[in-house]
Design a protein around this ligand. Structure first.
Ligand code: PMP
Length: 404
């Protein structure tokens, strides 16, 4: 930890150097999106400036460079998450698209009338709506694991929900509204006893700690590049190769085929089978650079630093008597949600913005998790590896100033 040079890390992020409303920007909206280090910006710019070409199809130098960069990024991501093969890494637009892909391909293949899909009460809408749509189409039903007062999944209730009708468990790694870290390894092992595969929505997990899909034995892992210091419009679906091989394609077009006649089409093997059309090549290259950056810092070091910051922030917020923290699990990452009874969250959010402090106010696309606490909105401050203890002090000071 001694070598965690926060000032040098912050210098890697040009967007953090700006003034907003006359104050140095304090970015506490990392659960919505993260800023990009210069190496990511440079990788994207360099791709467009020099290597720009479509991949695979061209027989010329730039096509080869673009293909190498694209497939190289896939291999970097494979190594970063500990997948066995680069064929298990599907490029998608983001976590939302990854989950829709699984629902529409794997889900449509296996779910029958009367079947059940297990979710939890802390999911983002992206990990609810695609399953609801699938259940409506198939005459299946959603089963929801309830939360306790700390915003944690009640494992005993999960055990009760798992049965021979369960076709899939779909859970977040970390809640984007409460910050709760979900004990996914235990939950995966429990599902596997019944032969049930598990999809983990890792959008808020992977930015905060090391994720190893092999040791987790997770079947599907979805995340977005833009929350991992990479570009928007690119994300990853990891899936075990055997599953990908068994799944039908979900979109048709170029790249995903082997042969096409008007009578019949044969499909490419994974990952191409699930990547119809031209992908976000520059985005993938940028995400590859983000993963290189994180590898240099060390995801384990990121976790140690952020956990210290999280503990400090929880303690600092608790010194404001009126403030109620929402989601009080001992095991949290990234997210600090709070409300102040009698105070408009929207107004406080605007005030903080005037002080250069970016937080988010609203339901954070996770209405059921807030409803559990009788709320329809919170103020969410969310941390990343470049935030500082001083920034937390400034947040607390600004809230105190608003209240007096
Ligand atoms: N799941 C979680 C837990 C999230 O926080 C988000 C983004 N807020 C998503 C899914 C969806 O990510 P995206 O919009 O990048 O597809």
């Amino acid at each position: 930890m001694e070598n965690w040079d926060i000032q040098s890390i912050r210098r890697d992020f040009p967007a953090l150097q700006q003034m907003v409303n006359g104050r140095p920007l304090i970015w506490l909206d990392n659960a919505a999106t993260t800023h990009k280090p210069q190496c990511v910006i440079a990788a994207v710019a360099n791709f467009y400036a020099k290597d720009n070409s479509n991949v695979h199809r061209g027989a010329h130098t730039l096509a080869k460079r673009a293909t190498d960069a694209y497939e190289g990024a896939r291999e970097k991501i494979q190594r970063f998450i500990g997948a066995e093969s680069a064929e298990e890494i599907i490029f998608v637009r983001g976590a939302t698209e990854a989950i829709n892909l699984v629902a529409q391909s794997y889900g449509r293949m296996v779910v029958r009338p009367g079947d059940e899909i297990i979710l939890s009460n802390l999911e983002h809408h992206a990990n609810i709506v695609p399953w609801q749509q699938l259940c409506d189409e198939k005459g299946a039903s959603l089963k929801v694991i309830p939360l306790n007062d700390n915003g944690e999944i009640i494992l005993e209730e999960y055990t009760k929900l798992l049965n021979s009708k369960t076709r899939l468990v779909a859970i977040s790694h970390v809640s984007n509204s409460l910050g709760t870290v979900v004990p996914i390894k235990v939950m995966i092992d429990m599902a596997h006893v019944l032969g049930v595969p598990v999809l983990v929505d890792g959008a808020q997990g992977i930015p905060h700690f090391k994720v190893d899909v092999k040791s987790l034995d997770v079947d599907f892992y979805a995340f977005s590049g833009h929350k991992l210091f990479g570009p928007t419009g690119i994300g990853i679906l990891y899936a075990k190769k055997t599953l990908l091989e068994s799944m039908p394609p979900w979109q048709g077009g170029g790249n995903m085929i082997k042969t096409v006649t008007f009578e019949q089409t044969t499909y490419n093997s994974p990952p191409n089978k699930f990547e119809a059309g031209t992908g976000h090549i520059a985005g993938a290259v940028g995400l590859g650079a983000a993963v290189d950056y994180l590898t240099r810092l060390g995801p384990e070091q990121v976790e140690i630093y952020e956990q210290k910051l999280m503990a400090y922030a929880r303690n600092a917020l608790s010194t404001i008597p009126q403030l109620r923290q929402v989601g009080t699990s001992a095991h949290k990452a990234g997210v600090l949600s709070f409300v102040i009874p009698g105070v408009s969250s929207e107004r406080l959010g605007e005030y903080l913005d005037h002080q250069g402090i970016a937080v988010r106010v609203g339901h954070h696309c996770s209405q059921p998790s807030l409803r559990h606490f009788g709320l329809d909105s919170t103020i969410r401050s969310s941390l990343a590896l470049y935030n500082t203890f001083t920034e937390i002090d400034q947040l607390v000071l600004a809230v105190e100033k608003y209240l007096c």
